[in-house]
Design a protein around this ligand. Sequence first.
Ligand SMILES: Nc1ncnc2c1ncn2[C@@H]1O[C@H](COP(=O)(O)OP(=O)(O)O)[C@@H](O)[C@H]1O
Ligand SMILES: [Mg+2]
Length: 467
Amino acid sequence: MTTLPLRIRITAWYFAVLATGFSLFGVIAFYAMRGSIHETVDENLQDQIQGVRELIERTSGKAELEHELEQDEEIRAGSDLLQVSDPAGNWIYRSRTMALYGPPAPRETRTSITTLQSNGVPLRVLTLPVQAGGKIYIVQLAYPLDDFYEALARFRRVLFLSSPLLLLLASAGGYWLSRRALAPVDQITREARSISAQNLSSRLLVPHTGDELQRLSETLNGMLARLEQAFRRITQFTADASHELRTPVALMRTRAEVVLRRPRSEEEYRETLRQILEDLQRTSSLIENLMLLARADSGTEALQRTRINMVESVGKACREGRTLAETKQISFLEELPESPVWIEGDSNSLRRLFLILLDNAVKYTAPQGRITVSLRSSDGCAVAEVRDTGIGIAAEDLPHVFERFFRADRARSRETGGAGLGLSIGQWIAQAHGGTISAFSKPGEGSVFQVQIPLVGEEEKAVGSKE
Ligand SMILES: Nc1ncnc2c1ncn2[C@@H]1O[C@H](COP(=O)(O)OP(=O)(O)O)[C@@H](O)[C@H]1O
Ligand SMILES: [Mg+2]
């Protein structure tokens, strides 16, 4: 089902609400007017009937009453619509006009006010039983409502005729207003439609109206800025990645070409193949890292997080780190707590994270240096630190060390074989655990890499301490 344009829908709603409002107003006004007419007429009838009642109570006997009623000027003047009967329905008196309208004698002897149609004329009739001389007389005083009802009918006609006209006018106005209000939305739509990957840096015009539409444009522009940044990062990543891959491939090709230029001894072939194999190993680990980051970006690299003791994962990484350090004559210290430190984590990824930090520490620390690994819990977090006495990181490089492909000293790092992806992967792992990683360093004195990962909840900790 296709939905109608917003302005049509707004107008339709407006129309519906207005129509309901008008109808309610009409109905209420009509009944309120009718009610107040009845009220006024009823009050009049009540007043007048008192005179008749007094007269009846003064007289004794039917004949006298008849006579009195016919003679009484006041009654004839004020209430020419009067009839009096006995409970059996026999007329005692009936004014001429009343006889003309001809409402029947009442059947009940109760006080009541009703509206009845008599010979096509609406009559408001007040019925009052009066007791006099041991007899009951039923007095009925009436008032014709035809003039009032005619006025009411005119009012209703005016309402019926003018409402549709007013509704139409108001709806046209509503349509015009909603068109005007929504015109900037169309503009935004047109502008947004023209933005694609080729011109991601263009922005929507922001109307300075201080209203929802300004907010909408600003929000969309903010979103575009974030998209542009993400897009830039991805293009940059692709460019850097292909560049990093080209270098070792070119190197292997050259090695192969050089060795094939003329016949070689078996020893020479062996040596070249060994070098190529080394290059290949490095390249495949680069590809593996690139793929991991790509999966992390697309959100498909999921961690298998379970409740684990971080002392164990750090300890495992330390055993490998110690071997690395010892081959380079660097002393290795572990400051791990006795009691377990429970976190929700993926032990393989955590091991990888600490190996990245330890590998760097060994790489950037000269022989005779020292590496210290520590773990403690503080403020609801497990805090692990890898500290070295290596070359350190310059202050201007420090904010960039977690960026992809960043190497403080490209020439030197190339020798050590890093592509500058280690810390980016490490940072992703820390963040995927809901944690953070930060670096502190003094050039020439050493560096500290600190990883913080939130501990598991209090209740789980309680269970953990029982084990
Ligand atoms: N412990 C450290 N001491 C000194 N510099 C470091 C240390 N760890 C990382 N760095 C710097 O940060 C850069 C990025 O590190 P990393 O992402 O692991 O890349 P790679 O080790 O492949 O060069 C390194 O090239 C190096 O300049
Ligand atoms: Mg590294």
